[in-house]
Design a protein around this ligand. Structure first.
Ligand code: AMP
Ligand code: ZN
Ligand code: ZN
Length: 413
C-alpha cells in the first residue's frame, strides 16, 4: 500500500471511530530505552558479577535468552533487533561485505558504516518512530550514523569505543531530562567491553567476569539516575545482547590456504563464517575444493544453505559460504585470526541454534509483567515488541508479536 493510501485509510478509520484526528494510542508515549551489552551470553547473568542486572531481571522479565539471527555477528544482529528482519532480509549480511556497487564494508570503515546505501534495504525503528512524531536518540547503535530513508536519529553520536561508560549513561540521562517537546521517546545505549574481553581472553576468563562487572556498574548508575528522576517505574527498559561467545582454543583453526589457492578467490570474510567469491575462470576449481566434506567446517553454494538459517537469498551473500564447527575458526593464515590485533580466544558468528550463541534478554517497566520468565525466543521478535510498546506502525518484518506478548501486562497488550 502506498503511504498516501495508508494515510487515507488511517483518516477514514479515525473518522469512523468518531475522532477528528487519529486516536491517541494508550501506550504511545511511555519512553523506551534499549540497552545492548555486546556479547553478553545469556548464562553470564548467573555468574554473580552483575547484581544490578540480576535485580532488574528478578523484578521484571528474565528468561532463557534470545536466539540471535544467523550469522551470530554484531552488525547483522544489531540491525535485526531494530528492524525485525533476518540479515538476509535487511542487507547487513556480515560484519564484512564486498559488493561491486558499494565497495567494501567493515566495522572500522567509518565511511561505509555511515553510508545509508548499506542499510536502506530495511527501516530501523528510530526512523519509523521519528516519522510517527517521536524524538529518537542513540548512544551508539550500528546503523545510527547513517541517513536511512532520509532520516537520522534526532540525537546521535559517532561511535567512539573510548567514550567512558559513566559518560554514556549520563548523556542518556541528560536526553531524558530535556523538556517534553524535545525529550526522546526511543533511546539506545551500547557497551562493548564484555564482547571485547570474550574475544581477547575467552568467555570463561576472569577478565570477562571483570567486564561483566564493569558494565553492571554502568547499569547501576543508569538505574540510580532513573530512580532519582522518578522514571524507573515509568519507562520501559530492555537490556539485551546481540549474541553469545564460544571459546576458540588456538589449536582449532582451519586454514583456507591449505584448501584453495588464495590467488584464485576473494575471501570476503573469515572467522566463524567465511564468504568466498571465486575469481573468474576458477569457479569450478574453488567450489570443488570447498564443497567436499571438511572435518570442522561445512561449505555450501549460497542457494543450498539450510533453510533454518534463513540465509543466502541476499545478493550480498558471496556465492560460496562456509560455517565452522562451534569453537573453530576459518582463517587464511595465522595472522588473520585476530581481534583488533590480538589472538582470538573467543568468537561468535556460529550456528545461531548453538546454546553458546544465546544472548541476554531482560526487561523492566510499566508494560512488563513483574517476575516473569520467558523461554528462548528469536531476536527478530524484539522489533514487533518494541513497535507495540511505542505504539508505532511496524514495517514488514520476520518477527512475531504473539510469541512475546505474554511478557506484557494484560493492559499493555
Ligand atoms: P564484533 O567484531 O562482531 O565482535 O563486533 C564488536 C565490535 O563492533 C566492537 O568492539 C566495536 O569495535 C564495533 N562496533 C560496535 N558498534 C559500532 C558502531 N556503531 N560503529 C563501528 N563499530 C562498532
Ligand atoms: Zn557483538
Ligand atoms: Zn564480538
Amino acid at each position: 500500500m502506498s503511504n498516501l493510501l495508508r494515510l487515507a485509510c488511517l483518516c477514514l478509520a479515525a473518522l469512523a471511530a468518531g475522532c477528528a484526528t487519529p486516536a491517541a494510542r494508550p501506550l504511545a508515549r511511555t519512553p523506551l530505552l534499549l540497552v545492548s551489552i555486546d556479547g553478553f551470553r545469556a548464562d553470564y547473568l548467573d555468574r554473580g558479577y552483575s547484581p544490578a542486572l540480576r535485580s532488574l531481571a528478578t523484578e521484571g522479565v528474565q528468561g532463557a535468552g534470545l536466539q540471535p539471527s544467523f550469522p551470530s555477528l554484531t552488525f547483522p544482529n544489531h540491525y535485526s533487533l531494530v528492524t525485525g528482519r533476518y540479515p538476509d532480509h535487511h542487507g547487513i549480511v556480515d560484519n564484512a561485505m564486498s559488493v561491486p556497487a558499494l565497495g567494501r564494508f567493515t566495522l572500522g570503515n567509518r565511511a561505509a558504516v555511515s553510508d545509508g546505501r548499506w542499510w536502506d534495504q530495511a527501516e530501523p525503528i528510530w526512523v519509523t518512530a521519528q516519522r510517527d512524531g517521536l524524538k529518537t536518540a542513540t548512544m551508539f547503535w550500528p546503523g545510527s550514523e547513517a541517513s536511512i530513508h532520509g532520516r537520522r536519529p534526532d540525537y546521535w553520536l559517532p561511535y567512539d569505543g573510548d567514550m567512558g561508560y559513566d559518560a554514556r549513561v549520563d548523556h542518556v540521562l541528560q536526553w531524558l531530562d530535556l523538556p517534553p517537546a524535545q525529550r526522546p521517546g526511543f533511546v539506545t545505549l551500547y557497551f562493548e567491553a564484555v564482547d571485547s574481553a570474550g574475544h581477547y581472553e575467552g568467555p570463561d576468563a576472569p577478565q570477562t567476569d571483570a567486564a561483566i562487572a564493569q558494565v553492571d556498574h554502568a547499569l547501576a548508575r543508569l538505574i540510580a539516575g532513573l530512580k532519582r528522576r522518578g522514571l524507573y517505574d515509568r519507562l520501559n527498559l530492555i537490556v539485551l545482547a546481540d549474541h553469545g561467545m564460544a571459546a576458540t582454543p588456538p589449536a582449532q583453526r582451519i586454514f583456507l590456504d591449505d584448501l584453495i589457492d588464495p590467488a584464485h578467490a576473494q575471501v570476503v570474510s573469515t572467522g566463524a563464517i567465511a564468504g568466498i567469491i571465486p575469481a573468474p575462470g576458477h569457479e569450478a576449481e574453488i567450489a570443488g575444493a570447498l564443497l567436499k566434506p571438511q572435518p570442522h567446517m561445512q561449505c555450501w553454494r549460497k542457494a543450498d544453505i539450510p533453510a533454518r538459517l534463513h540465509y543466502g537469498g541476499n545478493a550480498r551473500v558471496p556465492p560460496l559460504f562456509c560455517l565452522a564447527q562451534v569453537g573453530w575458526l576459518i582463517t587464511h593464515n595465522q595472522a588473520t585470526a585476530l581481534h583488533h590485533g590480538k589472538p582470538l580466544r573467543g568468537e561468535h558468528g556460529f550456528d545461531n541454534a548453538d546454546p553458546t550463541m544465546r544472548a541476554l534478554f531482560v526487561a523492566h517497566g510499566p508494560a512488563f509483567r513483574p517476575r516473569t520468565w520467558m523461554p528462548v525466543f528469536p531476536n527478530v521478535d524484539v522489533y514487533p515488541l518494541m513497535t507495540h510498546l511505542l505504539g508505532i506502525p511496524a514495517q514488514p518484518n520476520d518477527g512475531d508479536y504473539r510469541a512475546v506478548e505474554g511478557m506484557l501486562e494484560p493492559a499493555a497488550r
